[in-house]
Design a protein. Structure first.
Length: 499
């Protein structure tokens, strides 16, 4: 994996080496107090590059030799955009994109149109870290003739701010969130022959080192709990199902936890209702919902969040062999509900049915949020810009929507209702795992899940379009986005932590 940059904060002082990044003011105005040679070089670069200081626009130039600097980078600062945290991430990401080949950089913010406070400066740094994420562990490093194969020196970034200690404190928390995002990206990017159910469980168990309590249920334990909806999905695979439970106890003793549940289908062939070959390779990412839950729990532990939190992920492979589940099979979920399996490619909801029931039954949470790459229909409805939000609780839904606007991990609320519920009534069992044809596919999937939440405040996030293959932006160039970690961290931080 590529080396991560080091981040530090310091009081404003012009550097004498590396790259000087000047975040400009309105109309590209430069900060006061620049040495004449540096100012002259920056002004000339702005003129030649027709740089007008538009937010995130940039121009780069070689620094004058007497300055000791290598380069000067001008980048447009934020105006009205500065009201949301995501915009500061974008600024950090846009800066990082221009630092290729650099080993040292100082980001000078004093002349910006909107000067960042401590939290915003920390968000710039998080944007740098997320932009420079790469998943390259399986690529051989190409070494040119005459060069050694030593690793490149990591980038060192200094953010010059008026309150460096406050910014450092804010960054310590956001860095933990960044570690959660990178973990989620790593998990989704891993190939399915590496990240099997048992390997995935082992990586979750390794998070005990962060302070999380981790418990893993094997197939015998799940059979004893009568989790036959989840186990039915797994029965065609040589790799056994697992249910992993993560606990973070940062709140008051005895206080009901918040709970997050994730679909962890490490590879989805579609089962007997097999998928087309084209694009099936991307089904290694069908565990993107579970990756967000794991990354979130890593983030909460890393920043020592003052909340009790539960993360539950059901890990299965939906494969095909002579033992695989067939269309027309009937299974009984942990809740006692019988399910007619009409399409084995609608498997994620079967996994979540038992995981949701188990979570509400055992932990009695304040709310549950589940995440799943559940339906292609949500991409038809919302594209890759929003996750679908379904909820039985208006307050929880509104809080998720607001957190999405702040973080840029946007959600859009979709309907639930009795008319849709009728579409999953079974002919031979209580319910069936698909609706009537292609109509309202994402909604009927959510209606299915709602049967297993037992009136607990609940939200379902369909992240099929956002967890993987979503559009690149200033702070993410990876196929796997880590969507959901920052969103849910913000939800917890804003509304559920002890102050």
């Amino acid at each position: 994996m590529s080396s991560l940059p080091t981040i530090q904060f310091a009081a404003p002082a012009l550097p004498s080496s590396g790259v000087l990044v000047l975040v400009t003011g309105r109309d590209g105005a430069l900060p006061d107090g620049l040495p004449e040679a540096v100012k002259s070089a920056a002004e000339r670069a702005a003129s030649l590059g027709k740089f007008k200081g538009k937010a995130l626009a940039s121009v780069d130039t070689i620094a004058p030799s007497e300055s000791g600097l290598d380069r000067i980078l001008l980048i447009g600062g934020l105006g009205e955009e500065a009201s949301r945290e995501e915009e500061w991430l974008k600024l950090g990401g846009a800066i990082a994109a221009k630092l290729s080949g650099a080993t040292e950089a100082t980001i000078w913010t004093a002349g910006a149109t909107t000067v960042p406070n401590a939290r915003e400066a920390a968000s710039i740094s998080l944007g740098v870290l997320l932009r420079l994420y790469k998943f390259d562990r399986y690529k051989s490093k190409k070494v040119k003739e005459g060069e050694d194969d030593a690793a490149d020196a990591p980038l060192s970034v200094t953010i010059a701010v008026s309150e460096p200690e406050a910014a450092k404190g804010a960054f310590e928390e956001l860095e933990a969130v960044g570690e959660g995002v990178r973990l989620a990206r790593d998990l989704v990017n891993e190939p399915a022959n590496i990240l099997t159910t048992t390997e995935y469980a082992a990586r979750i168990e390794a998070l005990r080192a962060t302070g999380l309590e981790v418990e893993t249920l094997d197939e015998d334990q799940m059979r004893a709990l009568k989790m036959f909806a989840l186990l039915g999905v797994s029965q065609g695979s040589p790799t056994p199902a697992r249910l992993c439970i993560m606990r973070w106890n940062g709140g008051a003793e005895g206080e009901a936890p918040v709970a997050f549940v994730g679909k962890g289908v490490v590879f989805d062939t579609g089962g007997v209702s097999i998928k087309p070959a084209a694009g099936m390779d991307e089904m290694k990412g069908d565990m993107g919902g579970s990756a967000a839950v794991v990354g979130l729990m890593r983030a909460l532990a890393g920043r020592k969040a003052k909340v009790n939190a539960i993360g539950v992920v059901g890990l299965v492979e939906n494969a095909v062999d002579g033992m695989a589940q067939r269309p027309g099979d009937i299974v009984t979920a942990m809740s006692g509900t019988t399910i007619e399996v009409l399409n084995t490619d609608a498997e994620g909801r079967l996994v979540l049915a038992d995981a949701l029931w188990y979570t509400q039954d055992r932990f009695k949470p304040r709310f549950m949020v589940n995440l799943a790459t559940l339906t292609g229909a949500i991409i038809v409805a919302l594209g890759n810009q929003h996750a679908g939000l379904f909820s039985n609780n208006d307050e929880l839904a509104e809080r998720l929507h607001s957190a999405g606007l702040e973080t840029g991990e946007k959600v859009w609320r979709m309907p639930l209702g009795k008319d849709y519920d009728k579409m999953i009534e079974g002919k031979f069992a209580d319910i069936k795992n698909v609706g009537n044809g292609r109509s309202a596919g994402s909604i009927t999937a959510a209606q299915f899940l709602q049967r297993f939440v037992n009136d607990v405040p609940w939200a379902h996030l369909d992240v099929a379009g956002t967890a993987m293959g979503s559009p690149s932006n200033e702070y993410n160039q990876s196929w796997a986005s880590g969507f959901g970690v920052r969103l849910l961290n913000r939800l917890v931080e804003e509304h559920y932590e002890a102050r």
